[in-house]
Design a protein around this ligand. Structure first.
Ligand code: NAP
Length: 328
C-alpha cells in the first residue's frame, strides 16, 4: 500500500495555494489528509479536493503540529518568517514559496531537476525559488558544461505573479496593487526598489541563480518588467559562455534538461508564447541564436507558467522527493 502523507497548505485561498490544491490532485500526491490554512478572512470557506469539501481554517500558532508531516507555505514572507520555524520545531518539513528563507545559507533552495540530490539530507525548511528564477536556471543548467561567464536577464512577467491583487488590477482596470495602470503600460518595477537602483525581484533573480547553479560570483544583471497578461512569465536570457559551441549541440543540450521543451522554428513562426504555456509544467525555450556581439554569446527566449513550474508544481516536486527519499 502507498505510504500516505498528512499535508498542510498555508495560504490555501491564494492564487498559488489554489494551484497547489489542483496540482496535488492532478499528480496524485499520496495524501492521507489535507489541512488548509489561510487568514481569518478565508476561515470557514470550503475547497473541493478529490470530490470532498475541505474547510479552510485560520492559521494560528497551534495549527501546525502532528500528525502534519509536510507544510507547503504560500502566504508571504512575514507568515513564513513566523510560522515556518514553529512548524519545523514540530518536525514538519516546510516547503516555502516566499522569498524569506531562500538566501539563508542553512536553507536548501531547490529546483528538483537541478539539485534534487540536496534533498537526500535536506534542511527542515526548504525554499522554493522565485518564479522567474526557476524558469531561467533550468535552461542555464544545461549550459554549465561550457562554463557560464555572464548572464543578462530581461523579464516580461504576468500579473498573477503578484497574486490575486495583481490579477484584480488587470481585470478591473484598477491601480490598487500596481503603482500605474497595468492595462496601459509595461511597468519596469517588480517588488520594491533597493539602494543600488535594482528592484528586489531583480536582486532575487541574481542571487538565487548563483545559489542554485553553485556559481557564487557569476556576473549577472537583470531587468524585471510586469506586463499586462494574466499568467506565464517570459524571460529573454543573454548568456556568455566560456567555451565555443555550435547551435545544434546547444539545442540538444537544452532539450536534454528534464522538463525543458524546445519550441524554435522561426520559418513557421514557432516560438514559446505565454498563452500556450498556461497550465503546463514545462519550461519552453526558443529564439535560440548566437549573439555575435561577444565571444561565445547566446540568446534564449524562455517561457513558463509562473503559478505551475514557477510555484505550485516545483513545490510539490520537492514534497514528492521528501516522500521518495523516505523522510516522511
Ligand atoms: P495571494 O493570492 O495574495 O495569496 C496570499 C495567501 O496568503 C492567501 O491564502 C491569504 O489568505 C494568505 N494569507 C495572508 N495573510 C495571512 C495571514 N495573516 N495568515 C494566514 N494566511 C494569510 O498571493 P500568491 O500569489 O498566492 O502568493 C503567495 C506567496 O507565494 C507569496 O509569498 C509569493 O511571493 C509567493 N509566490 C508567488 C508566485 C506567483 O506567481 N504568484 C510565484 C512564486 C512564489 P486570505 O485569502 O485569507 O487573505
Amino acid at each position: 500500500m502507498t505510504h500516505k502523507i498528512h499535508l498542510a497548505i498555508v495560504g490555501a485561498s491564494g492564487v498559488v495555494g489554489s494551484k497547489m490544491i489542483e496540482v496535488l490532485e492532478e499528480r496524485q500526491f499520496p495524501i492521507e489528509k489535507l489541512y488548509l490554512f489561510a487568514s481569518k478572512r478565508s476561515a470557514g470557506k470550503t475547497v473541493t479536493f478529490k470530490g470532498e469539501d475541505i474547510e479552510i481554517q485560520e492559521l494560528t500558532e497551534d495549527s501546525l503540529k502532528a500528525p502534519i508531516q509536510i507544510a507547503l507555505f504560500s502566504a508571504g514572507g512575514s507568515i513564513s518568517e513566523k510560522f515556518a520555524p514553529i512548524a519545523a520545531a514540530e518536525g514538519i518539513y516546510v516547503v516555502d514559496n516566499s522569498s524569506f528563507w531562500r538566501m539563508n545559507p542553512e536553507i536548501d533552495l531547490i529546483v528538483p531537476e537541478i539539485n534534487h540530490d540536496q534533498l537526500k539530507h535536506p534542511s527542515q525548511i526548504i525554499a522554493n525559488p522565485n518564479c522567474s528564477t526557476i524558469q531561467s536556471v533550468l535552461p542555464l543548467s544545461g549550459l554549465t558544461k561550457y562554463g557560464i561567464k555572464r548572464v543578462v536577464y530581461n523579464t516580461y512577467q504576468a500579473v498573477s505573479g503578484a497574486g490575486q491583487a495583481g490579477i484584480n488590477d488587470l481585470v478591473n482596470k484598477t491601480t490598487d496593487n500596481f503603482p500605474y495602470s497595468i492595462n496601459d503600460n509595461v511597468i519596469p518595477q517588480i517588488d520594491v526598489f533597493l539602494e543600488d537602483g535594482y528592484t528586489k525581484e531583480e536582486n532575487k533573480m541574481i542571487e538565487e541563480t548563483r545559489k542554485i547553479l553553485g556559481i557564487p560570483n557569476l556576473p549577472i544583471t537583470a531587468t524585471a518588467v510586469r506586463v499586462p497578461i494574466h499568467t506565464s512569465h517570459a524571460v529573454s536570457i543573454n548568456v556568455e559562455l566560456e567555451q565555443p559551441f555550435d547551435l545544434d549541440t546547444i539545442r540538444q543540450d537544452l532539450s536534454n534538461v528534464e522538463n525543458v521543451v524546445i519550441v524554435d522554428n522561426p520559418s513557421q513562426l514557432e516560438y514559446p508564447l505565454q498563452s500556450k504555456a498556461v497550465n503546463r509544467d514545462e519550461v519552453f525555450v526558443g529564439r535560440i541564436r548566437r549573439d555575435a556581439s561577444v565571444e561565445n554569446g547566446l540568446n534564449l527566449w524562455v517561457v513558463s507558467d509562473n503559478l505551475r513550474k514557477g510555484a505550485a508544481t516545483n513545490t510539490i516536486q520537492i514534497a514528492e522527493e521528501l516522500v521518495k527519499n523516505g523522510l516522511v
